[in-house]
Design a protein around this ligand. Structure first.
Ligand code: FES
Length: 220
């Protein structure tokens, strides 16, 4: 067992500001884009959530009831315990072009819920901590586009509507497109509890130069 204080490396009597500072530091150290692991990153996030809950409610979700904060389970060999899969709601970019919707529409996913879309066009899937977004889609039977699987093209690109996806530093996506929300699903690991993404955005004009021509290993 390890306490959230241990995970964040703060004293048990640390105030909110100190916890916040420690959290930011630990997030930087463990972020998968900075050489950390998804498991370590998720553990830091869980620790912070526990302490945040405790501050807001006077006790954490799993607190033992005596006002102390519950420890986070670790396996015996010191590896992080299983973390919950992340829920992803997805939408096929082709639907946007068919219906005349825009990536900037605030109610894009609400409109999708009310349209009569097939299960490969709009739906939800769970991503396990060791799966990239593309792997999760494939493991659940979806045929999302890809080509190189190594960060060297935009065939697997998705557009992030909500949430956070890691993006390793050695990738082809220009900063301005990454800032707008374009990510590579083959090397992107979900970092927030929930995500909304539009996949198949390789059809967008701004990604034209980054898309590899269809090869024998391209699904679509
Ligand atoms: S398939 Fe080429 S970067 Fe993902």
């Amino acid at each position: 067992m390890v306490s959230p204080f241990e995970v964040l490396d703060v004293d048990e009597d640390a105030d909110e500001a100190a916890i916040e500072r420690a959290y930011r530091e630990r997030v930087k150290e463990t972020h998968p884009d900075q050489g950390g692991t998804v498991e370590a990153f998720q553990l830091v996030r869980r620790a912070y959530r526990e302490l945040d809950e405790r501050d807001r409610n006077g006790t954490g979700d799993d607190a033992p009831g005596d006002g102390t904060t519950a420890d986070i389970d670790l396996t015996e060999d010191g590896e992080a315990a299983e973390v919950d899969p992340i829920r992803v709601e997805f939408l096929d970019y082709e639907v946007l072009t068919d219906y005349g919707w825009s990536l900037d529409d605030d109610d894009l996913f609400r409109k999708a819920s009310h349209a009569d879309l097939g299960e490969t066009e709009h739906g939800r899937l769970l991503v396990q901590p060791d799966e990239s977004l593309l792997e999760a889609a494939e493991n659940r039977g979806f045929g999302w586009p890809f080509s190189c699987r190594g960060g060297a093209c935009a065939n697997c690109a998705v557009y992030l509507v909500e949430g956070e996806i890691s993006q390793p530093t050695d990738h082809i996506m220009p900063d301005d497109l990454a800032e707008r929300g374009f990510r590579l699903s083959c090397s992107g690991y979900p970092l927030s509890d929930e995500l909304k993404v539009v996949f198949n955005v390789k059809r967008r004009d701004e990604l034209d130069d980054l898309v590899l021509p269809p090869g024998p290993f391209t699904r679509r």
